[in-house]
Design a protein around this ligand. Structure first.
Ligand code: 2NL
Length: 353
């Protein structure tokens, strides 16, 4: 073989991938030496070509496989060199990944759902844009009631008949549940509600949770036990004391406001004990007219209902003092008061939940 031997020697001696690539171009490229010899076959007479043809093709094969083998060997060397120098230090701390945090309202909504799920309550949902019938009329709230006034409720323009409102409480969810299903019912309705109110303690949008139990022979004893069990679980204390105070809501009869006892611990007011009272819930036995409005016979079905503000419960439990900060979207606030996404309110803390 004429300069074939030389090429093969050069490939064997190449000590870098770029040298191998240069040799490939020099031999097999468009104007490479081996390519030139392949082209020269066309000009040969038949007898010469019969001898030279197989030799030149054999050379091309030899050069190709030598290049491939050398390239693989050099890549191997490179990998071995890297493995020898780049050691993984397992004692280094893991790199931080930026993580968001769970808003206290979301956290408390999860805690509430968890507690009531344990008591057998399902979560019900409904539209935030409601009609006046589901939001007011079905709930025995008269046309003249101040809550229906334009300055208290956000109305959406439309004909009087189907005038829409941003729901002012989550009660319409319970009305819809009673109308579309069959009793008994045991549900909670958590969600956003809207009122035309804005100051240090009121935001035009806030969160409410209401509960409803409808069955045969339900009485206020069931109401009191349920609320006591719920409040003890929520505040994670056994010394939560309740006081039911007579009150008035158009949709319950009788109605009671629920206070819990508080005490001062380490200079802070906490729920538990009984140095004073604070109101946390509204409740009562569902008004028979509301039951009838939902197409049920109030002589057969009765029950209790309650409602409270989720934002306020969150403030009470986690010690936040300004309601407006909840919805300002200030990242410093959420980083301070937010929860880790693994803080799932179950005994297993989310593992398997
Ligand atoms: C409060 C008081 C309350 C209810 C909500 C209710 C729902 C239906 C029927 C009867 Cl469908 N009642 N809900 C009952 C009593 C009180 O909420 O102070 N909320 C912040």
């Amino acid at each position: 073989m004429i300069d074939g031997e030389e090429i093969l020697h050069a490939i064997a001696a190449a000590d870098s991938l770029s040298a191998v690539e240069q040799l490939r171009v020099a031999a097999l490229g468009k104007s490479g030496s081996v390519t030139a010899r392949l082209k020269s076959l066309g000009a040969m007479d038949a007898a010469t070509r019969a001898v030279e043809g197989p030799r030149i093709h054999a050379l091309r094969e030899a050069v190709t496989s030598a290049l491939t083998a050398k390239k693989a060997a050099l890549e191997d060397d490179e990998l071995m060199a890297r493995l020898a120098t780049e050691r993984v230090d397992l004692s280094l701390p893991a790199r931080e990944t930026p993580r968001g945090s769970v808003h206290p309202v979301s956290q408390v909504l999860d805690e509430l759902s968890e507690i009531f799920a344990d008591l057998g309550f399902a979560v019900a949902e409904g539209p935030e844009i409601e009609d006046e019938w589901h939001n007011f009329t079905a709930l025995n709230i008269p046309e003249s009631h101040p809550a229906r006034a334009m300055h208290d409720t956000f109305y959406i323009a439309g004909a009087d008949e189907q005038r829409k409102v941003l729901r002012t409480h989550t009660s319409p969810v319970q009305i819809r549940t009673m109308m579309s299903g069959l009793p008994p019912f045991r549900i909670i309705a958590p969600g956003r509600v809207y009122r035309s109110d804005s100051d240090a303690t009121h935001t035009p949008m806030f969160h409410q949770i209401e509960g409803l139990v409808i069955d045969r022979a339900i009485h206020m004893g069931h109401l009191k036990w349920t609320l006591e069990t719920f409040l003890k679980a929520f505040f994670e204390r056994d010394d939560v004391v309740l006081r039911l105070r007579p009150s008035y809501f158009p949709f319950t009869e009788p109605s009671a406001e629920v206070d819990v006892g508080w005490s001062i611990e380490k200079g802070r007011r906490v729920v538990g004990g009984c140095e004073g009272w604070m109101e946390v819930l509204g409740s009562g036995m569902v008004h028979p007219r509301v039951i009838a409005n939902c197409g049920l016979d109030p002589d057969e079905w009765q029950g209790f209902a309650f409602g409270t503000g989720v934002d306020r419960l969150a403030m009470l439990k986690y010690g936040m003092d300004d309601l407006r900060a909840f919805f300002d979207g200030d990242l410093r606030w959420i980083r301070h008061y937010g929860f880790n996404f693994l803080d799932v309110p179950t005994l297993s803390c989310g593992i398997g939940a």
